[in-house]
Design a protein around this ligand. Structure first.
Ligand code: 13P
Length: 260
């Protein structure tokens, strides 16, 4: 079994203001030390990337700075958009692509998301592609098909050697912000199926190395069972990432899953 270092990402979405964002980052840098067996990434809103990045830099923290989105073009007449090089300027090393709120609320499609994946990788970013089925798709037994399609489209044309900088977050849409979590067994099954897609698209070796995170109402209480599953390599956390104690409980669960 290939040891995969778990990732715990805090997706702050469109929450917090400057003072709260800085306070949260400060309490986390005090508590996440460089010996962690877990990679921790914070995804603050765009306006606070610089302030949060400064907290991480000043503390020489191992916590990585991530952006929730970006536009794939390098520059130009794209009002309201943010380029990857602008993010790199702020110290961003990780980016999300295709979060379900981008797909289903904002309306981004697989073609655009694939352009973002390719552009993010070309610019040297670590890219986390988010996939996941909606409730009606789950009820129609389409979970694996939806995940397979979003994974295949999202990663189309990726150079196999860049796959070391790709991770996948499986976030069933019906479990996001609803308090409903996939059972650990359901999540594990979905992760195995996604890993098989990566194996077919790239290679077994690449599939064994790619980190697949679970997201959707992860809390300190359910994280240990989820992270104990052999194909769940950490979590992408929304609501519970907004309080240092709650987020730390999840980081601790990921750390314990490594030593278990
Ligand atoms: P919640 O943890 O609030 O359900 O959000 C999950 C998510 O969408 C993380 O990206």
């Amino acid at each position: 079994m290939t040891p995969r270092k778990p990732i715990v990402g805090g997706n702050w979405k469109m929450n917090l203001h400057r003072a709260q964002a800085v306070d949260l980052a400060k309490s986390l840098v005090d508590r996440v030390n460089s010996n962690e067996d877990v990679e921790v990434i914070l995804f603050p809103p765009f306006p606070y990337l610089e302030a949060v990045g400064k907290v991480l830099r000043d503390a020489s923290s191992p916590i990585r700075l991530g952006a929730q989105d970006f536009y794939h073009q390098p520059n130009g007449a794209y009002t309201g958009e943010v380029s990857i090089s602008m993010l790199a300027d702020l110290g961003v090393t990780n980016v999300l692509v295709g979060h379900s709120e981008r797909r289903h609320v904002i309306g981004e499609n697989d073609v655009l998301l694939n352009q973002k994946v390719l552009a993010g990788l070309k610019a040297g970013m670590e890219v986390m592609l988010c996939v996941g089925e909606k409730l009606e798709q789950r009820e129609a037994n389409q979970t694996d098909d939806i995940n397979a399609g979003q994974t295949r489209y999202g990663l189309a044309g990726v150079d196999p050697k860049d796959m070391a900088r790709v991770s996948i977050a499986y976030e069933p849409v019906w479990a996001i912000g609803t308090g409903k979590t996939a059972t650990a067994a359901d999540a594990q099954n979905a992760h195995v199926a996604i890993r098989e897609v990566v194996a077919r698209q790239f290679s077994t070796d690449i599939a064994q190395h790619v980190r697949i995170l679970y997201g959707g109402s992860v809390k300190g209480s359910n994280a240990p069972e989820l992270f104990a599953q052999s194909d769940i390599d950490g979590g992408l956390i929304g609501g519970a990432a907004l309080k240092a104690d709650d987020f730390m409980a999840i980081i601790d669960a990921a750390t314990n899953s490594v030593s278990a």
